[in-house]
Design a protein around this ligand. Structure first.
Ligand SMILES: C[S@@+](CC[C@H](N)C(=O)[O-])C[C@H]1O[C@@H](n2cnc3c(N)ncnc32)[C@H](O)[C@@H]1O
Length: 335
């Protein structure tokens, strides 16, 4: 059993948490927000030196990949069409590419040109796949059908499987974006989405506290409302979700939705790693206040955010905090 850090132990750890705070503030000082996000994200993407797990910094991928493989097998026909939105550099898709049927077209949308180029080059090396649309742009470009580049998104109702793998955080209006995505999905096709539960996960708890402390330069109230909106639309009904099917129906799109919770976590070799992970939800703020709030959260709310030390498995000896995710599958019915 992992070793849970209770309230008393967390307070005994105070000097180590303070030391971690100093280390992480030193590391991030003077970096712009892009560099800060990159340094934080590198903790999640830490490769396992012995190739035992996908990533040392999180088991989010390990948990959703089996469901994604199953969805591909069930819903992508030979010669079908996958559209990966907020696609990244193709690292995640590479874990399922062998399950994709012969002759499938894979389209991608990704605002970061470097990631887009890496993903395109990965697809060009897969003899069983065809490269479809490669759109340099974000999910908001699907809302209006207008893009920064000359490329258009796939046509309406042509996609057998649309993917939103930890990307919907970037949608300024999640409901509008979800409508835009589902309009592209063919009858019988599926949208497969994964996002972190920011109500109970460590990074989300820190984000909420940071906004309440006035640290977010954007409209804090609006940011809090968007967190709630994502839960309302994408969480299972028993967790305050279930809102997507009626919202889409009101927009003339008939769907069947199933959502599950997965008890994923974020892992760090040091307490400084955990503090840095708090940046994941605060990509465009530079202030050290986010790390201060993260340190306070580890110390005062260790039980709520599931602070623990792994005592077996490939991550033995690592710290971890809760980062549960929701996997939501949205099947488009006729009409
Ligand atoms: C956490 S990564 C996930 C990448 C990929 N889906 C995966 O699972 O490996 C989030 C991705 O969203 C992209 N992104 C940033 N802004 C976006 C936007 N407005 N719309 C869609 N994606 C966006 C980032 O560039 C990044 O590649």
């Amino acid at each position: 059993m992992p070793h849970q850090i209770d309230r008393n132990r967390a307070h005994e750890l105070s000097p180590r948490i303070d030391e971690a705070l100093e280390i992480v503030c030193n590391e991030f000082a003077g970096l712009d927000t892009h560099q800060q996000y990159r340094n934080a994200f590198s903790r999640v993407l830490k490769p396992d030196p012995l190739d035992r797990v996908m990533m040392m910094g999180t088991d989010q991928r390990d948990l959703f990949i089996p469901l994604l493989r199953q969805t591909i097998v069930e819903h992508v026909p030979v010669g079908g069409h996958i559209f990966d939105i907020g696609a990244g550099d193709g690292q995640t898709f590479a874990f399922v590419a062998d399950a994709v049927p012969q002759g499938t077209t894979v389209s991608i949308a990704e605002p970061n040109p470097g990631y887009l180029a890496d993903y395109v080059s990965f697809l060009e090396r897969q003899p069983h796949l065809h490269l479809g649309v490669a759109l340099q742009g974000g999910v908001e470009h699907l809302d209006h059908g207008a893009t920064d580049s000359a490329t258009e998104p796939p046509a309406e109702q042509t996609v057998d499987l649309a993917l939103g793998l930890h990307m919907l955080y970037f949608a300024a209006d999640p409901q509008v974006s979800l409508e835009g995505i589902l309009r592209l999905v063919a009858t019988g096709g599926v949208f497969f989405n994964v996002i972190t539960d920011e109500l109970t996960g460590f990074a989300g708890v820190v984000q909420r506290e940071f906004i309440k402390a006035g640290g977010d330069p954007r409209d804090g109230e609006r940011q809090l409302a968007i967190l709630d909106e994502r839960r309302r639309l994408l969480a299972p009904q028993e967790e305050g979700g279930g809102g997507l099917a009626p919202a889409l129906r009101a927009a003339g799109i008939d769907v069947a939705v199933s959502a599950v919770r997965q008890p994923s976590r974020h892992y760090g070799h040091t307490l400084a790693d955990l503090l840095a992970l708090a940046k994941l939800n605060l990509a465009d703020v530079a202030s050290p206040l986010n790390f201060e709030i993260a340190a306070k959260t580890l110390r005062d709310r260790s039980e709520e955010i599931g602070l623990r030390i792994e005592t077996d498995g490939p991550r033995i000896g690592m710290w971890s905090v809760s980062a549960p995710q929701w996997v939501t599958r949205v099947r488009r019915n006729g009409g």
